[in-house]
Design a protein around this ligand. Sequence first.
Ligand code: SF4
Length: 358
Amino acid sequence: MMNKDALHPFSESLLAWYPANARELPWRQTRDPYVIWLSEIILQQTRVAQGLPYFHKLLHVFPTINHLAKADEALLFRNWQGLGYYSRARNLHKTARLVVEKFNGKFPQTYEQLVQLPGIGPYTAAAIASFAFDESVPVVDGNVFRILSRYFGIETDIMHSSARKQFTEIAQSLIPRAYAATFNQAIMEFGSLQCSPVPACETCPLRVSCVAFATNRTQTLPIKSKGKAPRNRYFNYFIVVQKHRVLVHMRHKKDIWQGLWEFVQHETSQLCELPEAIGPFGDLLAFPTTELRSPGKHLLSHQRIFSRAWLIQVPDFVDLAMFGDFQWMDAQDFEKCGKPVLILNIITDNLVLHELLV
Ligand code: SF4
């Protein structure tokens, strides 16, 4: 039996709220660190409803960490396609290999060891350590910042470097040693369902002791200063097609979308018309060119990509030499390559590309 006398009222109410409100999610039915890790990395960048199909798909293709470690990175990218943040997929692969090579396929069991692995930050390490190994270490993410700052009326700017330490200490003081996993699951679920950005205070069991509710500050807490303004970039794409093949390349530079495939691309300092947009590939203008529907603004975490796209159909009889690091690829093979969401959107938005490439 839980010794409720020893619990802070916050923890007691939260642990009582959880069983009555928790959603049934597949990663909650397991203590397998691999499955928990996979779910946490997926959920870092997507909501539960969108993440679920990816979770099932990735687990089907890579049922164990050994499968993932042995797999080709391209296969992971292909199955990751649509989730974005490919650096996370890359780290997933790196960590799988490391765990197999260094730890014989078994995840390290402590927070301190887990947090050393590529792509596993304090939040994910705490989630794995508590859910799989019952370590009493709190998860601290946006949900936790929000709930604790409201409940305790904390005015610390959560973007400030000192905030994590402060909120981790508070969460650590609240976490019941014997129920670390449940407490962590509960606080995350509470942040999603109850104390969400628009909180449901009227039905909240913590309302009587919540400082933000008592002082009418639920809309102003947590305090979050604005980060750096995102950088605008302007990408011009040229879908150069001949028969059933297309000119493409893999992005190698230290930039976004490393390891993913895209069409001929020229970046400009602003959106511009065709002659300027095509830049060094001007020779292609000798062939029929049609402007395509462009997906418009594409948002990444720190960048806004504005794009335009043109279809250039090269007649069969033209022997076009390769240029730059672009190569001809059969449409069928290109279909199997990992691509940025922006490229997928260009293909989806243009029926003509569907007919030519899919
Ligand atoms: S009363 Fe409102 S602000 Fe306070 S913890 Fe509950 S949902 Fe969050």
